[in-house]
Design a protein around this ligand. Structure first.
Ligand code: FES
Ligand code: FE
Length: 374
């Protein structure tokens, strides 16, 4: 599947950037192939615009924030969060800004420490993270980094119990037990819930993570998938320690995704320092990244396509992800677009980015002759 060719993904919220990254000014991001710029408005709320000035197309991300607006770094035009041009420094005092001067704006909101963006009207809310800010839980922002793979590959990997003995043989995988434990799977309208218990190597350096001193322990895994590219993994050790990982695999383009990972723990900094937890998951995450970046990001999603990829019983969660994605595409009149059919099937086009409802409700731009005199 070529992620950017499926317009339905534009109708979901995606975790795009930690809010802290916006403190020093606007930042660019590519979401589903679309170049956007994020900035904080006058209320300190994140906003997202097309990263293209409507004057001479300069990237707005090269500008800066000024009095609650985003100011282009080329000639200083200023934009509000709706994408409307609200300031042109070259105008005389009192001279009006011609109507229609704007750049497209996108849905953008702050939640769970991140700026979330939906390129079109979202059809689902942002998945709930009840542990965020809840009593008895601490939040650790673990990873925010670009991977050269697709969300589909990261998702199927995150439910795949048969890679632990191989990819993670140097960390928690038990090399002598390659046959994976199977999941109990329960479908939901927005994804599915998967539960299982796996063995886990537990050397001394991992014992503050697990709260267990046995050389091999178990992980009770409560794993959940949320359409289209999120998952929640609640790991419970026999000690009662819970290690809850939330992932958003945010699609950048057809070959890259942004890994956003939060960790929640029900123990304390004294029990296990945050840096130890980051280092622990970092080692495991490098193992996954290395192998996933060797896979073809154009993953088969429509399982009627035969002879491209072959499966085994333990791939069941991955097959269920595919089923859910195919149902989603069908509900929106789409079929899987991949390298083999791109250009040959009817194109379901994305709604072209235009200025926001507020901005576009204003009259179209005046003819050039009536625009601001050069
Ligand atoms: Fe942005 Fe001129 S290109 S103000
Ligand atoms: Fe893994």
């Amino acid at each position: 599947m070529l992620t950017t060719r499926q317009p339905v993904f534009r109708k979901f919220w995606h975790a795009v950037m930690p809010l802290t990254d916006l403190a020093d000014g606007p930042r660019p991001f590519t979401l589903l192939g679309e170049n956007i710029v994020l900035f904080l408005d006058g209320d300190g709320q994140p906003a997202a615009l097309k990263d293209r000035c409507c004057h001479r197309t300069a990237k707005l991300s090269k500008g800066w924030c000024h009095e609650g607006t985003l100011q282009c770094g080329y000639h200083g035009w200023q934009y509000d969060r709706s994408g409307r041009v609200v300031g042109i420094p070259q105008l005389d005092p009192g001279q009006p800004i011609p109507p229609g001067y704007c750049t497209p704006a996108y849905h953008c909101t702050a939640r769970y420490g991140y700026a979330w963006v939906a390129l079109e009207d979202p059809v689902e809310d942002i998945p709930a993270i009840p542990e965020f800010g809840a009593e008895g839980w601490r939040t650790i922002f673990q990873f925010y980094e670009t991977w050269n793979t697709s969300p589909m590959r990261a998702l199927e990997n995150s439910f795949d119990n048969s890679h632990f003995s191989f990819v993670h043989r140097a960390t928690f995988g038990v090399a002598s037990q390659p046959k994976p434990s199977s999941y109990e799977l329960v479908e939901s309208p927005t994804g599915f819930y998967a539960e299982t218990t796996i063995p886990a190597t537990n050397p001394p350096k991992f014992q503050r993570i697990s709260g267990v001193t046995d050389p091999v322990t178990t992980r009770h895994m409560r794993n959940a998938y949320f359409l289209p590219f999120s998952r929640r993994l609640d790991i419970e050790y026999p000690s009662g320690i819970r290690h809850v990982i939330i992932n958003c695999f945010t699609p950048i383009d057809d070959g890259r995704m942004q890994l956003c990972q939060w960790l929640f723990r029900n123990d304390t900094e004294e029990d296990c320092p945050a840096q130890t937890l980051i280092d622990f998951d970092d080692e495991i995450t490098r193992e996954d990244k290395d192998i996933l970046e060797s896979t073809d990001p154009d993953a088969v999603v429509d399982t009627r396509r035969r002879g491209v990829e072959y499966s085994m019983a333990s791939d069941r969660p991955g097959m269920l992800i595919r089923k859910k994605l195919m149902e989603l595409l069908a509900r929106h009149g789409e079929q899987e677009v991949h390298r083999g059919n791109v250009g040959t099937i009817p194109i379901v086009t994305a709604t072209p980015a235009s200025c926001s409802a507020t901005a576009s409700a204003r009259p179209a731009a005046a003819p050039v002759a009536q625009e601001v005199a050069a």
